[in-house]
Design a protein around this ligand. Sequence first.
Ligand SMILES: NC(=O)c1ccc[n+]([C@@H]2O[C@H](COP(=O)([O-])OP(=O)(O)OC[C@H]3O[C@@H](n4cnc5c(N)ncnc54)[C@H](OP(=O)(O)O)[C@@H]3O)[C@@H](O)[C@H]2O)c1
Length: 428
Amino acid sequence: MSQPLRLGIAGLGTVGIGVLRVLRQHAELLQTRTGRAIEITAVSARDKGKDRGLPLTRYAWEGDPVTLATRDDVDVFVELIGGDEGPAKEAVEAALAAGKDVVTANKALLAIHGQALAESAEAAGRTIRYEAAVAGGIPVIKALSEGLAGNDVTRVMGVMNGSCNYILTRMETAGLSYEEVFAEADALGYLEADPQLDVGGIDAAHKLAILSSLAFGTKVDFDGITLEGIDRVSIDDIRAAADMGYKIKLLGVAQMSGRGLEQRMQPCLVPDSSPLGQLEGGTNMVVLEGDAVGQIVLRGAGAGEGPTASAVMADVCDLARGLKAPVFGRPATSLSTATPASATVAASYYLRMSLEDKPGALAKIATVLGEAGISIDRMRQYGHDDTSAPVLIVTHKTTPDAIASALSAMTGTGVLSGKPVALRIEDV
Ligand SMILES: NC(=O)c1ccc[n+]([C@@H]2O[C@H](COP(=O)([O-])OP(=O)(O)OC[C@H]3O[C@@H](n4cnc5c(N)ncnc54)[C@H](OP(=O)(O)O)[C@@H]3O)[C@@H](O)[C@H]2O)c1
């Protein structure tokens, strides 16, 4: 009989307690599947006296996660504290230095320090597993690094922040403003303590940075992401996009173009009949594209106790079985430094503007677009109020630079009332 795999778990919040529950509930099943018992030796959190809904007396308690990570009777250090600095980082570094494998759900840590940690792990002959760090319960890390290992990955896309998708879908279904739904989501506890992590797109961008590295063999490059949150998405845009057959999503896209690695996390339009367009509420979706496989769509719960614990346990089971892959799918020292390219891949754009009720106003806008080399695919003009009329335009494929120069030229036409809105339409 193989030796048990002994875990040290730091962090007993939503994810940590979920892992404890799964381990208690499925101890026998896990042993049958992996061929060895999986045991918890010791745990760590800030407050030893907190009622966590489970008895913890059978595990040793460590106040300091670094001490936990380096215990002789711990084989795998499970980091479920969070944050890209502080105790999580110190404990993961200590665990690797002490020759332990690491399982973590911490996307911030990997998005910022992934390369250095991967190099440390590989130098020590250890690995870091992080299925729960991207899209919660969806096994996207495994799908990309193992399932698509035979492909040249061409593009990775995803809606990877459930709170943003909840806000955008709720705005649409209830006809509420961004501010109203934000307040609702906050009151329901759907947002992080710092809501910018969610609505500013940072949390989703951490996940995209990790996926890019796995997909394209590049060092994690969070700073190379063009990042824009959902706070400028208005109910007017949601309604107008719906009218033209689209949904607005906070969409992460990573693809390699001739000019380098393009990574974007920004509100985009997607066709409302596409899988991404159909995604409602807090659910996540990741779309992977490879030259041999074509397109794969993965959908599921991106957060919460059960789904995240499911992903953590998948990593633990792999380690129990002795499966060890390089952290980012290939040796860390062979990962290349990405050349960041900002949106060089052409796309159609959605433009919404309000035109003053003057003769020739629309013709002036059409001229500006034509001079920027942008052709119009579809256009819709709505009824005038007293002084202006809303106009929607869907362009043929063009570059972000052309759109930027057209928008700036439009302001000089004297026919615009207010600022025009431009959103990319992603081909999905
Ligand atoms: N929640 C999700 O759905 C989800 C989904 C995917 C990934 N994740 C990631 O999983 C990780 C954990 O998230 P969570 O939602 O479980 O967080 P959480 O509920 O806030 O729990 C964090 C835990 O870390 C402990 N902790 C904080 N500072 C510590 C320190 N200095 N030493 C020891 N323990 C410390 C806390 O102790 P006390 O309880 O004593 O305060 C708490 O038990 C994060 O990286 C997060 O991004 C979460």
